[in-house]
Write a protein that binds this ligand. Structure first.
Ligand code: ADP
Length: 455
C-alpha cells in the first residue's frame, strides 16, 4: 500500500479540530493505511539563514509525520509575499493590473521550490504517492523529477485558472506550462478552469490529446480534470452544538429579532469584491425603502491593510456592522444560522467555501437565501442560489431584495437542492476522487506499458 505525501505551503496539525480545510481534507488519509507525510513551510522566518537555506523540523502526529522547513527572510519575501502573492495570485484572479512580475521574486520562487524538492526527496519512499497543493508550488514536481523522483505526483490548484490570453501575459509562462507537465494529474476547481487549462496547453505547448483527459507534451503525459472542493459538512454541523455557537446564535437572534440580517464573511482581499457588495447594499436601501431601519449587513472580514467605511448610519440603526477580524468557526456558525441572506459576491474566487458553509447549517424548514456571484467557482455547482454579477450593483440590489422577500416554499426548494449537492460533494468526496484519479493514472500507465510491451 502506498504512502500519501502531501505538500502545501502551510502545514496544519491534522489532530487539531480547528486546523482548517486542507487539514480536515487530508488528515484522514494521512492518518490511515500506510500513514502519511505532510511537508511544507513551518511558518517561521529565519533571520540568520541565507537564501535557499532552511532548517527542517520533523514531528510525529499519530500515524502521520509533519516535516516543515523554515524560510530565510529573503526567501519568504520573494517566494511567498512576492511571486506567489504579488504575481500569481492577482494574475490567476484575472487582475493583471495588480500583478508585479519582478525578476528577483521569480528567482526566489524557483529557489524555494528547488530547496523544498531537495529536502523532500530525501524523505521519499519508492511507492509514495505525492499530492502537491496550490500556486506556491507549481515548479515542485519538475524540481523533484530533476532529482530522479519517479513517483506519481498530482497537483491541485485551489485558485481560479484564467483564460490563456491572461496567462500568456505572465513573463516566462512557457516555463510555467512545462512545470505542469512534470505532474501526472492536474486538478482544477471547475469545468471553466479546466477548459482554460486545456486551451492553454494545447495552444501554447502544442499538447496532443491522448484520449480521455490525457495530454502529451515535452515527452510527458498528464491527466487534467476538475475536482470541485467541498466542506466537511458533518464537522461544521457539529459546531452548531458548541456553547459558543449557541451563544452567538441566541445573542444575535435577540438583537436582530425585528430586523433582517444579511451576512458576509470573507478574508479581506480585493478578489472578494467588498466595495461592490457595499454599493449593492446601498442601492438596496436607496431603491427599496422598506429595508431602511430594518436590514442590517454584518460583514466579518479577516484583517489586511484595506479599510472600508460604514455609511447610512443612524443612532439606533447601523446598516453595516463591519467587523474587522477573524471569528472562530463556532461563532460563524451561529451567525450563518441567523441570517436571512448570505452575500457571497466575490469578483473572482476559486471555489468559495463560505457559500457551502452557509447552506450546510440552515434550518431546512426555514432556510436563508444564498446570493452568490456567478464568478465564484461554487456557482458551477450551486445553481439554485440567486446568481449575480457583482459588477452590476443595481441588478445585485434587485436580487438581494428578491432574496429578502422570497416565499418560504421557494426558499425550502432551493435550499433542499443546494444542501443535497453540498452534502454529496463534500471534502471527503473531493479527496477520494482526486486520489482515485491519481492512482488510476498509475493503472493507465501500467496498461500502456503492457500494451507497448506486446507491440
Ligand atoms: P479563501 O480560501 O479565498 O479565503 P473560502 O471562502 O474558500 O475563501 O474559504 C474561507 C474559509 O475561511 C472559510 O472556511 C471561512 O469560514 C473562513 N473565513 C473567512 N473569513 C473569515 C473570517 N473573517 N473569520 C473567520 N473565518 C473566516
Amino acid at each position: 500500500m502506498s504512502r500519501l505525501v502531501v505538500v502545501s505551503n502551510r502545514v496544519g496539525d491534522p489532530r487539531k479540530p480547528a486546523a482548517g480545510g486542507l487539514a480536515v481534507a487530508v488528515g484522514e488519509s494521512l492518518a490511515s493505511g500506510a500513514g502519511g507525510l505532510w511537508f511544507g513551510w513551518s511558518g517561521q522566518i529565519s533571520e540568520e539563514a541565507a537564501p535557499g537555506e532552511g532548517e527542517l523540523h520533523m514531528q510525529h502526529a499519530g500515524r502521520s509525520t509533519l516535516a516543515t522547513v523554515d524560510l530565510s527572510r529573503p526567501d519568504h519575501d520573494s517566494y511567498y509575499l512576492g511571486y506567489s502573492n504579488q504575481a500569481l495570485w492577482p494574475a490567476f484572479h484575472y487582475r493583471l493590473d495588480l500583478a508585479d512580475f519582478e525578476r528577483s521574486q521569480f528567482e526566489g520562487y524557483k529557489r524555494v521550490n528547488r530547496m523544498f524538492a531537495a529536502k523532500l526527496s530525501a524523505l521519499l519512499r519508492p511507492d509514495d504517492v505525492i499530492w502537491v497543493h496550490d500556486y506556491h508550488l507549481i515548479p515542485l514536481a519538475a524540481e523533484l523529477r530533476m532529482l530522479g523522483c519517479t513517483q506519481r505526483i498530482g497537483f491541485f490548484l485551489h485558485i481560479p485558472l484564467p483564460p490563456p490570453t491572461i496567462l500568456a501575459a505572465i513573463p516566462g509562462h512557457e516555463g510555467l506550462m512545462r512545470w505542469f507537465f512534470a505532474y501526472d494529474l492536474v486538478g482544477l476547481q471547475t469545468q471553466l478552469d479546466l477548459e482554460h487549462f486545456v486551451r492553454f496547453i494545447r495552444d501554447e505547448a502544442r499538447a496532443r490529446p491522448m484520449g480521455g483527459d490525457r495530454y502529451q507534451a515535452y515527452e510527458r503525459t498528464l491527466c487534467a480534470r476538475s475536482f470541485p472542493i467541498g466542506i466537511d459538512v458533518e464537522e461544521f454541523q457539529h459546531l452548531a452544538r458548541s456553547r459558543e455557537a449557541i451563544e452567538t446564535y441566541t445573542t444575535l437572534k435577540e438583537e436582530y429579532a425585528k430586523r433582517r440580517l444579511l451576512v458576509g464573511v470573507d478574508r479581506l482581499d480585493y478578489s472578494k469584491g467588498l466595495p461592490h457588495r457595499f454599493r449593492a447594499f446601498r442601492e438596496l436601501l436607496a431603491n427599496y425603502p422598506e429595508n431602511r431601519m430594518s436590514a442590517t449587513l454584518i460583514q466579518i472580514a479577516s484583517p489586511t491593510r484595506e479599510s472600508v467605511h460604514a455609511y447610512y448610519g443612524e443612532l439606533d440603526w447601523m446598516p453595516v456592522r463591519y467587523i474587522h477580524r477573524t471569528w472562530s468557526r463556532r461563532r460563524l456558525e451561529g451567525l450563518y444560522r441567523n441570517a436571512k441572506v448570505a452575500l457571497v459576491t466575490p469578483l473572482r474566487d476559486g471555489m468559495n467555501l463560505v457559500a457551502k458553509e452557509f447552506i450546510a447549517v440552515q434550518d431546512a424548514e426555514d432556510p436563508g437565501v444564498l446570493v452568490l456571484s456567478r464568478f465564484a467557482g461554487a456557482a458551477e455547482q450551486l445553481r439554485e442560489a440567486l446568481l449575480v454579477n457583482p459588477y452590476d450593483t443595481e441588478t445585485t440590489a434587485q436580487l438581494i431584495q428578491r432574496a429578502l422577500r422570497m416565499p418560504l416554499e421557494e426558499r425550502r426548494e432551493r435550499h433542499a437542492a443546494l444542501y443535497e449537492r453540498v452534502r454529496r460533494d463534500d471534502v471527503h468526496a473531493w479527496r477520494r476522487a482526486f486520489l482515485a484519479a491519481l492512482s488510476s493514472e498509475q493503472a493507465a500507465d501500467a496498461e500502456q506499458e503492457v500494451a507497448e510491451g506486446h507491440a
